[in-house]
Design a protein around this ligand. Sequence first.
Ligand code: PMP
Length: 442
Amino acid sequence: MARGVGSGFGLSDLPRIAYGRGSYLYDQAGNAYLDGSGGPAVFCLGHAHPEVNSAIAAQLDSIAYAYRYLFTSAALESLSEAVLRLAGGCFKDVLYSADGSEAVESALKIALQYFAARGLMKKRRFIARHRSWHGNTLGALSVSGFAARRRAFEGSLLDVIFVSAANAYRPPRDCEPDALVEYLAAELEGSILEAGPETVAAFIYEPIVGAAGGVVPAPPGYAAAVAAVCRKYDVLVIADEVMCGAGRSGTWRALEHDGVAPDIMTVAKGLAGGYIPLGATLVAPQVAAPISSDHGAYMTGHTFSGHTAACAAALAVQRIIERDRLLERVRQVGASFQESVRRSLARFEEVGDVRGRGFFIGVEFVRDRKTRVPFAADRGLSFDIGQRAFADGLICYPCSGNVDGITGDTIILAPPYNARDAELEEIIVKLTRAVSGALAAG
Ligand code: PMP
């Protein structure tokens, strides 16, 4: 172990990384770690992919970055074409950023700019959901329903309206189990009406909740139902696919599965697969049109927006995924992988739920399977499991707070799309061992 020096993260005693190859990382002490969650669902092609690295090197050899507002580039143009096509043709523009929070920030601002361009300056408010995560910048944090991460900043956040999470395992208390979609659509409509439709700009949600829920896909019919409510009141839909998009769930857009296209969408983690930071905000033609005719350009953007080498990295990542038909693999193998995880963990009474889609799987732990009561927060069960797995050479993603912002323990699995069958098996064996060890420890 080497001490992390001056990281600013308050972390110490972290192993010092040496290199990565495929689905494995190696530290300087010679320990191997299987990447079972891509960190937080980032590394969709594993590590040190030679084709991605040579695409980046080739770009660096010509130019690392030509400032976006002075030059376009082949990498940026080809990536935009690819992204618009992979997203199914429902968007017109792609705006790049350096990460997921910036992509969300741009999405929120584009929604406001859209209504400004239409002269509807009262439409300023956002509706978001409890148990959600959209990022760490002030705007993105404002729309995030994550109590523990908001607490230190309360008082300076935007005045956002929150509605219930769409979670079939933990539905709202007064909701009949088979009426969840109707309940949530009615709640959203009620919130819009209460605020006044003339004041609401957009509804933002994660089609599959990531860190704040432990992989929670919305129930069938939810995406279409909330889109219909929003359309009725001239409210834009922002789908935050920073974590679940770019193929993670088996379709390039998670909402493709639901047959729904949002007005604005964000994507980041799997876009360039962690080779270079990159996020993007996709804008539908009906939102782009008034902005283009009234303002001429989007009023969002940063110094490094559309960084050339980052675009070259993402283009290589996306081309390899397409060429090697990796989303087919994620769809097909994802279902059996999830079933194997479920089977392997079934003997633990404390495993309440195994869920997800594609290579995006969540395991939720409960003190009692029947009542679904969570463990006390100070037990730190998910982090205990995560640490045991890490010590055993498996990276998984422990999350807490999915029940009420404080309690709740989940583990996310999100392996690279090209992880081999034997690697997927190793993930299950090591996770099962970590769960067993943590639960035996009490
Ligand atoms: N949206 C979602 C759904 C996320 O999962 C995250 C990151 N976990 C973000 C936004 C923020 O992305 P970043 O950490 O890259 O700023």
